[in-house]
Write a protein that binds this ligand. Sequence first.
Ligand SMILES: Nc1ncnc2c1ncn2[C@@H]1O[C@H](COP(=O)(O)OP(=O)(O)O)[C@@H](O)[C@H]1O
Ligand SMILES: [Mg+2]
Length: 326
Amino acid sequence: MERDQAVTYKTNGQINIILNNQTKEKKEEKISASSYDLKIPKVESKHSILKEIENEMSSLVGMSEMKRMIKEIYAWIYINKKREEQGLKAGKQALHMMFKGNPGTGKTTVARLVGKLFFQMNVLSKGHLIEAERADLVGEYIGHTAQKTRDLIKKALGGILFIDEAYSLARGGEKDFGKEAIDTLVKHMEDKQHDFVLILAGYPKEMDNFLSLNPGLLSRFPLVINFPDYSVDDLMEISRRMVTEREYQLNDEAMLKLKEHLMTVKSTVHPTKFSNGRYVRNIIEKSIRSQAMRLLLTDKYNRDDLLTIKGQDLVFSEEKVNHDKI
Ligand SMILES: Nc1ncnc2c1ncn2[C@@H]1O[C@H](COP(=O)(O)OP(=O)(O)O)[C@@H](O)[C@H]1O
Ligand SMILES: [Mg+2]
């Protein structure tokens, strides 16, 4: 009996049921046929979800805390399923999360990835991402906020409701309608029939303050992930990957120029005003357009010309504007 269970466990739960209804010989026959064909691929195909997500995560620079946390969540869900299969108690930890980080540190990117992971693991039925901010939740008169918040949750059912700059919901204190939005969210996130995962995101300092004003919230968000600011080296690596992905390359001069620029910006712009990955993405996209213009004007279109971004193509103007404002 024990042996049978061990074998059927390694194939999968569905086969387990079929086998138990077979006669003894048929059972033996099926086990020997299936244990060879199915055992290893089945086990692998389950972890292929993790592999695929890990593969996607590997395209992201740094973020070691997030990567470890995602693996931990995967392990936790997977083991709970295995425990359920064996009739053991499965933990009921909530999967709502808090993402703390400055702009452009990858919060939205990771929220999308989490949606995908939960969809593939059958935790969420759709896995889509609804991005919202204060104005999408908070209304103008009594009762309006609860309605708006409920409508938003409805859209997010089966997926992720991602609320950016969530601390702004606590902006006006007790009398503000933001409080009503928080209460409505809390009520719905605990209601088991609503399958959605709530992610609250925002600047680290403001999020800590938000939590201290709403002490009941912390326990409802057991998963807190920090998204640190990128170093200049991280930003250079992000740029390199972004240009490679678009089939371009930065020549040495462009790399040096970009690096020097990033060092200056990082040392002068306040961290909450610097948009990290988004900032370099904007530079890359503008520089690609400026390279196109240069090529057009010089009438040069060989493969090397088409591939290469030179120092003179780099466009930093946006930051200069921001920079002056600060
Ligand atoms: N670690 C990273 N590696 C590669 N690209 C990144 C990384 N973090 C952010 N990016 C890129 O930076 C941009 C902004 O990221 P996003 O997830 O929108 O940030 P946030 O939501 O925190 O403001 C996106 O183009 C994203 O692909
Ligand atoms: Mg975002």
